[in-house]
Write a protein that binds this ligand. Structure first.
Ligand code: CUA
Length: 341
C-alpha cells in the first residue's frame, strides 16, 4: 500500500491538468495547486482505507466449516492508533481550510486596478445575458473579455438560481435572484472557453452550456466592442413581408437547434419541453390558433418571435433577449413552415 500510495502521489504531482483544461485566469493556477495539494494527501487515505477494507474482508472471511453465528474477536481501545487517526486528518483539514480561506476571497475582492472593467452576467431560464458599460443592449449568450485586463463580473439572476461556471477560469458562482455577487479575475489566455450552468434550473438546464467566453487581445476586443456598439446603434431591421418571404429554412433549422430547442421540440404541440412542440404550427386542427390568440400565419408567428409572449404555458423571451435579427426570424418562420409531423 505504501508503494501504491507513493505512485499515486507522484502521479498527482506530475499530472498536467492544464493540458486537459487550460488555466485561463491568474487564480486558476492557485486553484489547481490547491486541488493537487488536496489530492496528494487524499491518495494515501484512499489507498490505506480501501486497502485495509479489502485486506480484512479477505483475511477474516467466513471459512468453510465455520459457523455463521460465531462471535468475532473483540478488540478494545488502541489509544495510540486513535490519537494519530484523529490528529493527522485534523491537521490536514485545518491546513486545507486555511489555504482555502486565504485563496477564495481573491474571487470577491473589488478590483482597484484603474484599467479594470465591470460586466454584468444575468441568468435566465434558459440563456445568459451579458451587459457591458457603454452598450445600451445586452449581449446574449456570448461573453467577450480582453486578455490581461482585470474584470469584475456582477453575477445575478432574474428567475431561479443558476450557477455561472467557466471551468477554464476555475470559478463558479451561484446566480441568485435579488442578489448581486461580484466576482473578480484576470483572464490570462486568449481563447474560447465554455460557459456551463451548474445548478439545476429547470427543463432547459442542460441547454445552458455550449456557450462561450471569448478572451481576446485588446485590439480584437476593441474591434468586437465597436462592432457591437454600431450594431446596437443602427435601428433594427423590421420584419417586413419582403424579409419574411426571403426566409431560408435550412438556416432556420440550424438556428432552431441552437436557440429554440432548449425550450421547444420540433414535434407535435403536446410534446412540450418548456413551451409547446412546434411541428404543425401552421396547420394543427386541434390548435387552430397560436397562443397569442391569432391565426397561425407567418406574420403572426414572426410577431411572437419578435416581441416574445407571456401566456398560459409560460414566458417566451423576445428577439433581443434571444439574440435574433429580423433575418433570423424570417429563417425560423420558414423552417417552422416545413415542419409537419
Ligand atoms: Cu441555468 Cu441550470
Amino acid at each position: 500500500m505504501g508503494v501504491i500510495s507513493a505512485l499515486g502521489m507522484w502521479g498527482v504531482v506530475v499530472f498536467p491538468i492544464q493540458r486537459y483544461l487550460p488555466e485561463a485566469t491568474g487564480i486558476s493556477v492557485d486553484i489547481d495547486w490547491l486541488f493537487k495539494f488536496m489530492s496528494f494527501f487524499s491518495v494515501p487515505i484512499l489507498v490505506y482505507v480501501n486497502g485495509y477494507i479489502l485486506y480484512f474482508t479477505i483475511r477474516y472471511r467466513n471459512r468453510p466449516g465455520q459457523p455463521m453465528q460465531e462471535a468475532g474477536s473483540s478488540v478494545h481501545d488502541h489509544p495510540g492508533l486513535e490519537f494519530w487517526w484523529t490528529a493527522i486528518p485534523s491537521v490536514l483539514m485545518l491546513v486545507l481550510g486555511v489555504l482555502s480561506a486565504v485563496l477564495i476571497p481573491h474571487y470577491y475582492t473589488a478590483n482597484a486596478a484603474t484599467n479594470s472593467i465591470t460586466i454584468e452576467a444575468i441568468g435566465h431560464q434558459f440563456s445568459w445575458e451579458f451587459r457591458y458599460p457603454g452598450l445600451k443592449d445586452e449581449v446574449p449568450d456570448e461573453l467577450h473579455l480582453p486578455v490581461n485586463v482585470p474584470v469584475t463580473i456582477d453575477v445575478t439572476s432574474t428567475d431561479v438560481i443558476h450557477s455561472f461556471w467557466v471551468p477554464a477560469f476555475r470559478m463558479k458562482q451561484d446566480m441568485i435572484p435579488g442578489m448581486v455577487v461580484p466576482m473578480t479575475m484576470t483572464p490570462t489566455e486568449v481563447g474560447k472557453f465554455e460557459i456551463v450552468c451548474t445548478e439545476f434550473c429547470g427543463v432547459g438546464h442542460s441547454g445552458m452550456r455550449d456557450r462561450y467566453v471569448y478572451v481576446q487581445s485588446k485590439d480584437d476586443f476593441d474591434a468586437w466592442y465597436a462592432a457591437e456598439k454600431k450594431k446596437q446603434a443602427t435601428a433594427p431591421q423590421e420584419v417586413t413581408a419582403a424579409v419574411l418571404a426571403a426566409g431560408d429554412a435550412s438556416a432556420g433549422q440550424a438556428l432552431f437547434a441552437q436557440k429554440c430547442s432548449v425550450c421547444h421540440n420540433a414535434a407535435p404541440f403536446d410534446q412540450r419541453k418548456v413551451g409547446p412542440g412546434l411541428a404543425n404550427l401552421f396547420h394543427d386542427p386541434s390548435h387552430p390558433k397560436l397562443l397569442s390568440g391569432l391565426a397561425p400565419n407567418p406574420k403572426d408567428v414572426a410577431e411572437i418571435l419578435e416581441h416574445g409572449l407571456s401566456g398560459p404555458i409560460g414566458v417566451m423571451p423576445n428577439a433581443q433577449t434571444n439574440g435574433l435579427s429580423a433575418k433570423d426570424i424570417a429563417d425560423l418562420v420558414a423552417y417552422l413552415g416545413t415542419l409537419t409531423k
